[in-house]
Design a protein around this ligand. Structure first.
Ligand SMILES: Nc1ncnc2c1ncn2[C@@H]1O[C@H](COP(=O)(O)OP(=O)(O)OP(=O)(O)O)[C@@H](O)[C@H]1O
Ligand SMILES: [Mg+2]
Length: 327
């Protein structure tokens, strides 16, 4: 994978493993993940249900500690960090966006965004103005005083993105940000995340099962059974129209519980590890029923996986230029 030398590494994970439980009930959703996230890029992380996406996202966002491995976020190593230090790194360098928005219903859009500023250690001279700027960046300054109940799903997600952006964290992590949205709102949110990712001081990683997100990706990583299976940058000019052609296996797309039903949804924090940080710890633990895990990667029923040559990427259908299992 060729990396533009102007891009900075904003997050680096190496040898990440995660074990849950003990004895017969032990599971190992991550089996040694190496990954770098670069500034100025929107990376998509795809994989079957139970393949470890949310667990990985939670570790990258310092919500969960890895069982083994090293993580550096915005130059801050988490090696040996206690819970307080991890929370500190998370609050200052990571913004989260979740499928279910996680907005406080009793706060306006502006107040929800200001809450994120509250938890960052960096002093913000005028939080109100900052929150309004973040809302403006997502095209919602006119809805600043609206309560979540009065916002559409797409608007709520844009407020959640504004909240993630508040205080300018280096890394934005999104877990299935379009899964609860209709096609148009899903496109709007992806276009926004792709815009957000153009900032050269920021990296964006979004977990998704949604093939509609593919055209926005600068990079697509596939994970399967706790290991990175492929990692590539689609050539957006390849098809002339800027629309990434999608050939994706049923396992990567559906995973058994995508499509907006929310069953795989993280019971996550309120964005930036403030009031929700206790429940954030449940994030990756937002356990899917065991049955979901057994159904990873069903035999393809859409014809794509059975007919495509082996040297094609499962997500994009393009010929692999170069595939690295660990980046
Ligand atoms: N706290 C936990 N305790 C025990 N097992 C867990 C916990 N959290 C996750 N798991 C298990 O780890 C595996 C990976 O889960 P994870 O939530 O990361 O999958 P995922 O790829 O995000 O799936 P989905 O697409 O359904 O959201 C699954 O087998 C899951 O049941
Ligand atoms: Mg998940």
């Amino acid at each position: 994978m060729t990396v533009n030398p102007a891009r900075k590494v904003l997050l680096e994970a190496s040898g990440i493993t995660k074990v849950f439980g003990t004895g017969a009930g032990q599971v190992m959703p991550l089996k040694g993940v190496d990954l770098k996230l670069y500034s100025g890029e929107l990376t998509l992380l795809m994989g079957p249900s139970g393949s470890g996406k949310t667990t990985l996202l939670s570790i990258l966002g310092c919500i969960l500690s890895p069982t083994d491995g090293e993580l550096t976020v915005a130059g801050q190593s988490t090696l040996g960090a206690d819970a307080e230090r991890l929370a500190d790194i998370r609050r200052n360098h990571v913004g989260f966006v979740f499928q279910s928005y996680n907005l406080f219903p009793t706060m306006t859009a502006r107040e929800n965004v200001m809450l994120a500023l509250d938890v960052r250690s960096k002093a913000v001279p005028d939080p109100n103005a900052d929150a309004l700027r973040a809302l403006e960046a997502v095209g919602l300054s006119h809805r600043a005083h609206a309560y979540p109940a009065k916002l559409s799903g797409g608007e709520k997600q844009r407020v959640a993105i504004a909240r993630a952006l508040a205080g300018s964290p280096a890394v934005i992590l999104a877990d299935e940000p379009t899964a609860a949205l209709d096609a148009e709102n899903g496109r709007t949110v992806m276009a926004l995340l792709s815009e957000v990712a153009k900032d050269t001081s920021r990296a964006v990683l979004a977990v998704t099962h949604d093939h509609r997100t593919l055209p926005y990706a600068d990079r697509i990583i596939l994970i399967d059974d706790g290991r990175i299976e492929s990692d590539e940058r689609p050539d957006k000019s390849d098809n002339g129209g800027g629309t990434t052609q999608v050939h994706i296996s049923a396992g990567h797309l559906n995973g058994g519980n995508s499509g907006g039903n929310g069953t795989s949804e993280s019971k996550a924090s309120n964005g930036n590890g403030s009031a929700g940080s206790a429940s954030a710890a449940n994030n990756a633990a937002a356990a899917k029923p065991a049955a979901n895990n057994a159904q990873a990667k069903p035999a393809s029923t859409n014809g794509n996986t059975t007919t495509k040559p082996n040297n094609r990427n499962r997500a994009t259908g393009r010929r692999r230029k170069k595939v690295k299992h660990h980046v």
